[in-house]
Design a protein around this ligand. Structure first.
Ligand SMILES: Nc1ncnc2c1ncn2[C@@H]1O[C@H](COP(=O)(O)OP(=O)(O)O)[C@@H](O)[C@H]1O
Ligand SMILES: O=C(CO)[C@@H](O)[C@H](O)COP(=O)(O)O
Length: 529
């Protein structure tokens, strides 16, 4: 029996996950994870991140990711994983985040001593200890400068695939230049290529799919745009290194990993990618299908017909910041911190919540951009007074929280071209909250579309990364992903006809309520000015 496996990783916001799959079968052999807050409390993160005093700067300690890798390798070894059987390693990372390698770090990375953990040896290798992550919303000025330089938001979007967003790496890099970080930096990595570097023992190239979330790569040419790079920082291209197509084999695993953990010196490392493109591979999403991720972020990802992903670059997607952590905040406040109680509350309110709508933006939101605060509306569409909870009680809050998330995802999906309820339309849900059947049912009702949950595929980014690794090793001519058996155990949640009128009405009212919330937010700011 072939015992070789592909090892997939996901460096996500709250945790790092590893999955091993059979090299030829794609079958999941083992899974393991480590949550940053719980396992590494000395980094003092909440949900894997630190919110700075301005409320907008959000970072993760770079070294925490390295220590997490050291620890998760030890966990895997303790449960008997034979690293010597790993034929290929691939991975994914939360998108947009950046890592700044200090001048001289490459030598350290290439010469790690097997007797010591990596974190100990890389402690002085970063020119900032804090990596900006996708939740950051502190770069409004830099975004405006970048768009003005590119000839406006549309021109930037036509070139790079997106207008300037706070979290995109170009704006983050301008901020780091102003802070002086780049002066002592020899390489900038994305979270994905940073993680790949740890396995490679050298700087790993950025892959096209993750590179397309930076505002620096030409979508048409799959290459850095020199004038944008120079605008950010003269000489930036050499700091970024090359871009490679997805599924490129970058090299062999480092001598350090072989000596310390027993990896075969023959084990290959494939280019790591963003967690969203990796999720598409993990779910083996068919064209026209919508994927919804319900982890720290909530994202809608659409695989366009004919588009080849994740080797391709632009992934039509929209996501929001106020996902798992906001749901948890509502659970903690109204359901005593228990999902079981949260579920009980949900069951005690009807679909559509009797017309009540709650918008919960505990962190500055991506879409609607900059939305912040909690806004509750009665069935008559009138806002409740600032700070007032629903008089209908905790159950109304629990339902409102889930329904407004689902409705936001519906608007995202529609703006990507997804047509809810069309014959053949399907939603694949993944991420932590998709394991909750009530969450999946609210999604099916609100999107008026069957929602498929594949048990065991909650960690679809790590799984997708493992499959991409196996596929990279098999080579471009062997279509490994297409060769896997199509049937995957799944559970389908059908939209319930009795819930349809309530959600049709909510869909019609929702954009107006978002606009009203924006007015209320502006008035609050005006009032406090
Ligand atoms: N029963 C549940 N109902 C709703 N959400 C849940 C439930 N169980 C776990 N979750 C959520 O899943 C989240 C983790 O999801 P995951 O996709 O693993 O996150 P990430 O990949 O961003 O680290 C937790 O933060 C938690 O809020
Ligand atoms: O990129 C985005 C949103 O644009 C996020 O999806 C991040 O990639 C974080 O992913 P998770 O930690 O939520 O899985």
């Amino acid at each position: 029996m072939d015992k070789r496996f592909a090892l997939g990783w996901d460096f996500s916001t709250q945790q790092v996950k590893a999955i091993g799959v059979g090299l030829t079968t794609g079958e999941i052999l083992f899974e393991e994870f480590l949550k940053f807050d719980e396992a590494l409390p000395h980094y003092k993160t909440k949900g894997g991140v630190r919110v700075h005093p301005d409320g907008a700067t959000i970072t993760s300690p770079t070294l925490m990711w390295v220590e997490a890798l050291d620890r998760l390798l030890a966990q895997l070894k303790a449960r008997g994983v034979e690293f010597g059987q790993a034929a290929v390693i691939c991975g994914s990372g939360q998108q947009h985040g950046s890592v700044y390698w200090r001048t001289g770090a490459r030598d350290t990375l290439r010469q790690l001593k097997p007797e010591l953990p990596m974190a100990e040896q890389l402690a002085a290798c970063f020119s900032t200890a804090d990596s900006p992550v996708w939740m950051d919303s502190s770069t409004g000025e830099q975004c405006a400068q970048l768009e003005a330089f590119a000839g406006g938001p549309e021109a930037l979007a036509a070139l790079t695939g997106a207008r300037a967003f706070h979290r995109y790496t170009a704006a983050q890099l301008i901020k780091q230049r102003l802070a002086g970080t780049l002066a002592d930096t020899e390489r900038v990595s994305l979270v994905s290529s940073f993680a790949a570097s740890l396995f490679l023992g050298d700087y790993a190239s950025i892959d096209e799919a993750d590179g397309s979330g930076m505002n620096l790569m030409s979508l048409a040419e799959r290459a850095w745009v020199p004038r944008l790079c120079d605008f950010v920082q003269p000489g930036l291209e050499s700091l970024l290194g090359p871009i490679v197509p997805g599924r490129t084999i970058l090299g062999r695993v480092s001598a350090y990993l072989s000596a310390r953990w027993g990896f075969s010196p023959d084990c290959r490392v494939a280019a790591f990618t963003g967690d969203n493109p990796a999720t598409l591979a993990g779910l083996r999403l068919q064209p026209g299908c919508l994927a919804v991720t319900l982890g720290s972020s909530s994202c809608a990802l659409l695989r366009s017909p004919g588009r080849c992903l994740p080797a391709g670059a632009a992934l039509p997607s929209l996501g929001c910041v106020n996902g798992a952590l906001t749901r948890e905040a509502i659970r903690d406040r109204f359901a005593g911190g228990s999902w079981a109680e949260f579920d009980r509350l949900l069951d005690s309110r009807p679909p559509g919540n009797g017309g009540l709508v709650g918008l919960y933006f505990d962190s500055p939101e991506i879409v609607p951009e900059g939305a912040l605060g909690r806004y509750r509306f009665g069935a008559d569409g009138e806002p409740l007074p600032d700070g007032a909870d629903f008089v209908e009680g905790p159950a109304a809050e629990a339902r409102a929280c889930l329904e407004s998330h689902a409705m936001s995802l519906r608007l995202f999906a529609e703006s990507l071209g997804f047509r809810p309820g069309e014959p053949g339309a399907r939603v694949l849900a993944t991420g932590g909250a998709s394991a909750n059947p009530r969450v999946a049912q609210v999604l099916a009702d609100a999107l008026a579309t069957p929602v498929i949950v594949q048990p065991g595929l909650g960690n679809s980014a790590a799984l997708g990364a493992a499959l991409l690794g196996a596929s990279a090793l098999a080579g471009p001519s062997a279509d490994f992903l297409a060769s896997l058996p199509p049937e995957v155990e799944s559970r389908t949640f059908e939209p319930r006809p009795e819930a349809a009128p309530a959600y049709r009405s909510m869909r019609d009212r929702f954009p107006g309520l978002l606009a009203r919330a924006a007015e209320l937010q502006a008035a609050r700011l005006g009032g406090s000015a």
